[in-house]
Design a protein around this ligand. Structure first.
Ligand code: OSB
Ligand code: MG
Length: 382
């Protein structure tokens, strides 16, 4: 792929339903999108699914991602492109290797690059990633303020046909919503996400959730911790799922080693491609987890239709076991989105097709209307 320019756009996306987690409520999301242009004039797009502040984990806030892109990643890409060009994704990744962290920013660049590759090949992304045109179940994540809203959103999700629900919990709002959801939906796949709201003084509360046949408990402890999670895993019958604290294949290896003989039964990994710096690393994690018998699924960050479409293509990998966070419980996530056609699940199932790249198209008129271009670099001729 011969690149001509890289530009960063900032779009404002408005959630139709505010999303509440243990760390706060989000309504409007300012999202960086990387647009890579190749020598044939194609435009590849990658989203950084940022949040307003670093309450989920460091460097996922909009200002941090914009700083990483402007100050470090785009200059490093321009320098590497001038010196050697990019033959493949490994060259692209190597160009920014010396920059530590910046996983969301790196992922946005890589996503745009994959989009270009897929367009040039005329293929869907799932095929480039050695996936299959799978039909798989998808789930929803419920971030409700209080029991009333949680039950209301769960009802809407069940009406739309989703058979897997994830609910946000925190100390004092855990057993109550889980009990209510389990009573209302006895057969549904149910899981919880604490977004690191518990600590070593109160994690024992989570043992009470063992009575409700949950699929998993996601990131109960600290956002940067793997070790303490491995210590509480033998004490809770429900599997522990890591989200925030997995950034790389190496982190996944650490978890697999720490869980030891319990890995297959008590460890699950939420693979969010942007949180692990991109789709290449995400695929490596999925394969390593499969080898170790550790189940995986594809998480979301309230991504736009574009980010979700790419994640759904990634869900085509046969190594992904469980339903992912790809759809919102009450219909579309955003008042206005960046894709021409909305993504659709039928009966809680999503079917990958033969459409090129992400299988949906960017609506450039809306893309331009929702935000503005902030900065960019020209790569020049090689
Ligand atoms: O922890 O999975 C999470 C949203 C924002 C930040 C973190 C998380 C989430 C979700 C939503 O749970 C998943 C989605 O539907 O995109
Ligand atoms: Mg999570």
């Amino acid at each position: 792929v011969k690149l001509r320019r890289a530009d960063v756009h900032l779009l404002e996306l408005t959630l139709r339903t505010p999303f509440t987690t243990s760390f706060g409520t989000a309504t409007t999301l300012r999202r960086p999108f990387v647009v890579l242009e190749d020598a044939d004039g194609r435009r590849g797009v990658g989203e950084a699914p940022t949040l307003p502040d670093p309450a989920y984990k460091p460097e996922v806030d909009t200002p941090a991602v914009l700083t990483s892109l402007r100050e470090f990643l785009l200059p490093a890409l321009a320098a590497a492109h001038a010196a050697d060009g990019f033959r493949g994704v490994d060259d692209l990744r190597r160009a920014t290797d010396r920059i530590k962290g910046a996983v969301f920013a790196k992922s946005a660049v890589e996503a745009a690059w994959w989009d270009l590759r897929a367009q040039a090949a005329g293929e869907p992304l799932w095929r480039l990633w050695s996936g299959a045109a799978r039909t798989f179940p998808v789930g929803v994540s419920i971030g409700g303020k209080g029991l009333g809203q949680v039950l209301d959103l769960a009802e809407r999700a069940a009406d739309l046909g989703y058979r897997r629900l994830k609910v946000k919990i925190w100390p004092g709002f855990d057993e109550e919503p889980v009990r209510a959801l389990r009573e209302r939906f006895p057969a549904i796949l149910l899981q919880v996400d604490a977004n690191s709201a518990y600590d070593m003084t109160n994690w024992q509360r989570l043992k009470a959730l063992d009575d409700f046949d949950l699929l998993l408990i996601e990131q109960p402890l600290f956002d940067d911790d793997v070790y303490l999670h491995s210590r509480i895993a033998p004490e809770i019958a429900t599997p522990i799922c890591l989200d925030e604290s997995i950034h790389s294949l190496r982190d996944a290896e650490t978890a697999i080693a720490l869980w030891g003989d319990l890995a297959a039964e008590r460890l699950i990994v939420n693979i969010k491609p942007p949180r692990v710096s991109g789709y290449a690393e995400a695929a490596a994690i999925a394969r390593r987890c499969r080898e170790a018998g550790v189940r995986t699924w594809v998480g979301g960050m309230l991504d736009s239709g574009w980010g979700k479409a790419m994640n759904l293509q990634f869900n085509g990998l046969p190594e992904i076991d469980l339903p992912g966070d790809h759809f919102s419980p009450g219909g579309a996530y955003f008042a206005e989105d960046v894709t021409v056609e909305p993504l659709r699940a039928r009966g809680g199932m999503f079917a990958l097709g033969d459409g090129v790249s992400a299988g949906v198209a960017i609506d450039w008129e809306r893309f331009d209307r929702l935000g503005e271009r902030l900065f960019g670099v020209a790569f020049g001729d090689r």
